[in-house]
Design a protein around this ligand. Structure first.
Ligand SMILES: NC(=O)c1ccc[n+]([C@@H]2O[C@H](COP(=O)([O-])OP(=O)(O)OC[C@H]3O[C@@H](n4cnc5c(N)ncnc54)[C@H](O)[C@@H]3O)[C@@H](O)[C@H]2O)c1
Length: 250
């Protein structure tokens, strides 16, 4: 798909993988809308790349519905959606004899999984109304999973479950939305250097990086964004979750 003048939405765009993806999309000429709960970070990015910034909590259903409508009014219905929102708050199921508060599991699944589906359903309904391009393609939806979907660690029960949900969502969504010329793809990153989410892992970087077969380092967010752009351009990639991890297994 040609990105020139193409309406694109990136969620979780104030930081890390989402911010770099928004930069790459804007450089390629897309009309980018960025969504994030961090209003200040979002504003800085939007000014830098000339995007429309819509601050909102991705778990707030009416706010998200309004955000998608606002993006559509400004740029037209999106042909590209990249969901990068992510929370990763480690919690043991039993911590010092006490059961994990259910609310912490619920919030994480709400933010990581349910919001990803919510944005997918709203954006795809608008996408399905667009005129088809080459091969009848109307758009592409990319959701960010994690290698934790397959190899979650102790403390990651909620995070891994939320990412496993995204991973399992990709194929049925691609099968259904293919009828409308919409592709659905997941990306499962390994270890990436991002400012906030994986601060803990970054502190352990020298040791952890040694467990990446090659290259022995954390991924650069630009490497994630480059894959996003490739997925958008390569129409044959559909209904799959692509690991981007240097061969790393947790
Ligand atoms: N960095 C890694 O190593 C890594 C590995 C595997 C998967 N991931 C996934 O990649 C995605 C991006 O992660 P990142 O490393 O760039 O993290 P990040 O913390 O830098 O970015 C996440 C963004 O999500 C936003 N966000 C959090 N809760 C929100 C909410 N309720 N509403 C709206 N926005 C909200 C944050 O403000 C932040 O800007 C996440 O889905 C994460 O799970 C990252």
């Amino acid at each position: 798909m040609d990105l020139w003048d193409c309406p694109a939405i990136v969620t979780g765009a104030a930081s890390g993988l989402g911010a770099e993806t928004a930069r790459h999309l804007a450089e390629a000429g897309a009309k980018v809308t960025v969504i994030d709960i961090d209003a200040a970070g979002l504003e800085t990015l939007a000014n830098e790349i000339g995007a429309l910034a819509i601050p909102c909590d991705i778990a707030d259903e009416p706010a998200v519905e309004a955000a998608i409508a606002q993006a559509k009014a400004a740029h037209g219905a999106a042909r590209v959606l990249v969901s990068c929102v992510g929370l990763a708050e480690p919690h043991r199921i039993i911590d010092q004899g006490a059961a994990m508060p259910l609310e912490s599991f619920r919030r994480l699944v709400e933010v990581n999984l349910i919001s990803t589906f919510n944005v997918m359903r709203l954006v795809s309904a608008d996408m399905a109304e667009l005129k088809g391009g080459m091969d009848g393609e109307r758009g592409v939806i990319i959701s960010t999973a994690s290698v934790s979907a397959y190899e979650g660690q102790i403390g990651e029960a909620a995070y891994a479950a939320s990412k496993g949900g995204i991973t399992s969502l990709i194929l049925p969504a691609a099968r259904e939305l293919g009828a409308f010329g919409i592709r659905v793809v997941g990306i499962a990153p390994g270890l990436f250097s991002t400012p906030t989410l994986f601060k803990l892992e970054q502190d352990l970087e020298p040791r952890l990086a040694q467990s990446v077969p090659f290259p022995r380092r954390f991924g650069d967010p630009a490497e994630f964004a480059t894959l996003v752009l490739h997925v958008i351009k390569n129409t044959m990639i559909n209904g799959t979750v692509l690991r981007l991890d240097g061969g790393y297994h947790k």
